[in-house]
Write a protein that binds this ligand. Sequence first.
Ligand code: RIB
Ligand code: CA
Length: 328
Amino acid sequence: MTKPPKILYDCDTGIDDAMTLLYLASLVQAGEAELTAVGTVHGNIDPVTGALNTLRVLEAAGIPVAGAGPDAGGQGVPVAVGAARPMAQDVHYALDWHGTDGLGDTHLPEPAGRPVSEPAPAQIVRLARETPGELTLLATGPLTNLGSALLLDHELPSLIREVVVMGGAFDHPGNITTHAEANIWHDPEAADLVFAADWPIVLVPLDATHPTAVHDDWLDRLAAHETPVARFAASILEFYADAYTPTLKRRGAVIHDALAAMLVVDPELGEYVQRPVRVELRGELTRGTTVWDARSLPADDTRRPVKVAVGSDVAAFQERLLSALLTF
Ligand code: RIB
Ligand code: CA
């Protein structure tokens, strides 16, 4: 039997990041994954609010967090705050999509736990050094923490098992500019550092996530479930679906980040192509766009090819996510 992956989750919590935390919590409770640590980054919201949201979600899901309760310290999942701004541009948040609190304006009470004092990029480096070759980095926000960790430790790529990123758009329009996807556009320099590094990357762009949109039937099945976690998930998705409906032209929501998490544990749910990926850093209209080399080999690009998801088993994704949410 293969060992459950040890996941370090880097996120900008955020509604679909929160759904992903619930999905990861269900895997932890089923013994199918280990959540080694979480780091937060600017993106949907500032990283301190993102860390508090992460703690709120993990606590709601019954996952012990480091720094909570009378014997605060060691045992639970550490949640570290990371970069508050991108490497080379101004910071932007996505409050229209995620609410002024990042969780659909639900304004939940303060969590019991607190973020740890170690910054998220330092946490990545330390944990990679402590468990060489074991850690999977799952990143569903801008890549500033991963880029900073690469700058801190040039040996990092050799210490990581796999990097799984939700981001980018290739044969799909952008969702923040005509061509760019939000996570990459929020910090193009950091994203390009990550794609340039010599480590195995799985990239899950809008091409794969958009077709997984859930609609009324799925949302109604979730809302019909009377547990606190299902009620919380339904309430934040209500806000997200309001934001998504004009784009989808019917009521629904794209839970992008959860697909990336599911492909960590169930890679066979995805369809992939292997291509070197770069980020456009200079274009007036195209800055932050992901560009792949789709020419037939031999490619000019010397970068290690990225495994890019171009589709997935949508029905399986939707059913597995819903079942996970109903296990609490
Ligand atoms: O483009 C989708 C991504 O942007 C998701 O990670 C979402 O949470 C936002 O950060
Ligand atoms: Ca996100």
